[in-house]
Design a protein around this ligand. Structure first.
Ligand code: RP5
Length: 155
């Protein structure tokens, strides 16, 4: 299964590329798109409605400010959506976080931390790994390596 990484603007790419890189390191096929809830609403609908048929297993959606793309996409598909609030200059990303996190009951978005692109990728991988043993093994190795780095740390 593929993971889609969508973002409201190319200005989000610096953060969103962290998710793309990590997914690709795990060998996950990534569909990358710039899709804005406000500037390209028709494209957003088309993408969301065709996601499952396109073989997309998880959608990671990042946006800043009035960050509506994750929630609106989640309303048009049952593919799990992970939202990444992108840090903003004016309000530090609190605007993005609050735009994504308070979804109405019935339409969930798994909201990550502000700029939490790496955890979004790992969460998507964990979802796919439920039905993919090779991916599950890679995750175990990733966690073991991470643990070892902490144990080996000297200060
Ligand atoms: C949002 O507005 C985007 O997700 C971006 O974070 C923010 C600013 O967009 P640009 O003006 O840089 O295109 O839609």
């Amino acid at each position: 299964m593929k993971v889609a990484v969508i973002m409201g603007s190319t200005s989000d790419l610096e953060i969103m590329s962290q998710a793309i890189s990590l997914l690709e390191e795990f060998g996950v096929e990534v569909v990358k798109r710039v899709i804005s809830a406000h500037r390209t609403p028709d494209l957003m609908c088309e993408f969301a409605k065709s996601a499952r048929a396109e073989g997309i297993g998880v959608i990671i959606a990042g946006a800043g400010g009035a960050a509506h793309v994750a929630g609106v996409v989640a309303g048009m598909t049952t593919v799990p959506v992970i939202g990444i609030p992108i840090q903003t200059k004016a309000l530090g990303g609190m605007d993005s976080l609050l735009s994504i996190v308070q979804m109405p009951p019935g339409v969930p978005v798994a909201t990550m931390a502000i700029n939490g692109a790496k955890n979004a990728a790992l969460y998507a991988i964990q979802i796919l790994a439920l039905s993919d043993n090779k991916l599950s093994e890679k995750l175990e190795a990733f966690r073991a390596e991470q643990t070892q780095k902490v144990l080996d740390a000297t200060i």
